[in-house]
Design a protein around this ligand. Structure first.
Ligand SMILES: NC(=O)c1ccc[n+]([C@@H]2O[C@H](COP(=O)([O-])OP(=O)(O)OC[C@H]3O[C@@H](n4cnc5c(N)ncnc54)[C@H](OP(=O)(O)O)[C@@H]3O)[C@@H](O)[C@H]2O)c1
Length: 267
């Protein structure tokens, strides 16, 4: 039995679809009551204890409002008590890099370290920006308003979230990826402007961007990561998606083509 946390989110949603397609038994976790799912909250240890009963493997997605490893550690405690065997954690590229007096993804790194120290089997997935982040800006794009280029002119190997999910499923359904830390990049380096012009071509409408600099109203841990990416820290491509899936990762253009309708619908 697999417990999918973040099951209503971007990557967890794709993981759920793949597990259904493959007939793999799983339990989808959400803070809301949903048919066939388990209702649990990382801030409620008793609910986590219920969610992990009879579970062998956990797909761990955390998005705490303030970046700490508390949610990962709460799940880890419940998992250990219930005899869970493996955790596949969604982390982020560059976690642990030192930059500008701070640490990139410090909370993800702390969570990775706690999982590694726990004695459970693990796989860490470290993607860069998801192509799907452009969906955050649907309303601005529809209104013809510019969208913020947080990473300035820096290039990143933006990844298709479906590939991240496919690697997660591979790691959860085989022992071949135990103890691996994968940097799950897409196949090509693109600036935010490159992505906007690809989207513009696919949608057939203007997609304007504006560079207002790295935002300073976000939590410190997040800002360090954005500044690191702005300085080109994430400007590299790996073959980890191909290594796991036996095919190259999808391009941003393909992702955009497959989601054309989503940009036409009201957000
Ligand atoms: N976006 C990127 O470009 C990017 C790049 C690299 C790494 N990442 C990492 O990816 C992760 C985010 O993944 P995602 O984009 O798939 O997530 P997402 O779409 O933001 O979804 C968040 C999920 O977390 C669940 N959730 C939130 N608070 C919860 C709580 N207190 N207890 C239980 N569940 C809770 C939500 O479920 P309910 O609302 O149904 O409860 C939802 O399913 C983050 O760790 C981020 O650092 C993101």
């Amino acid at each position: 039995m697999i417990l999918v946390t973040g099951a209503t989110g971007t990557i967890g949603g794709h993981v759920v679809r793949l597990l259904i397609e493959r007939g793999v038994p799983f339990r989808a976790m959400s803070r809301r009551e949903r048919p066939g799912g388990v209702r649990a909250d990382f801030d409620d240890p008793a609910s986590l204890a219920r969610a992990v009963v009879g579970v062998d493997t956990v797909f761990l997605v955390t998005v705490p409002p303030v970046p700490t490893a508390d949610h990962d550690i709460a799940l880890l405690a419940a998992a250990r008590a219930a005899g869970v065997r493996k955790i596949v954690k969604l982390s982020a590229i560059g976690s642990g890099e030192r930059f500008d007096g701070g640490t990139v993804g410090a909370w993800h790194l702390a969570a990775e370290e706690a999982i590694q120290a726990s004695g459970l089997a693990w796989t860490m997935l470290r993607p860069p920006s998801f192509g799907s982040n452009f969906l955050w800006y649907r309303a601005l794009i529809q209104a013809g308003q510019p969208i913020p280029a947080l990473t300035g002119d820096a290039r990143q190997a933006v990844v298709d979230p479906r590939d991240v999910a496919a690697v997660a499923v591979a790691a959860m359904t085989s022992d071949a990826h135990d103890g691996q830390r994968y940097d799950l990049t897409g196949p090509e380096l693109l600036t935010f402007a490159d992505q906007a012009s690809i989207l513009e071509r696919v949608l057939g409408r203007p997609v304007e961007i504006t560079d207002a600099g790295a935002p300073d109203q976000l939590p410190a841990g997040v800002i360090t990561g954005i500044r690191w990416a702005r300085a080109g820290g994430a400007a590299y491509v790996t073959d980890h998606v191909r290594r796991v899936l036996g095919r190259p990762g999808g391009t941003f253009e393909q992702w955009a083509r497959d989601h054309r309708e989503a940009f036409a619908a009201m957000p």
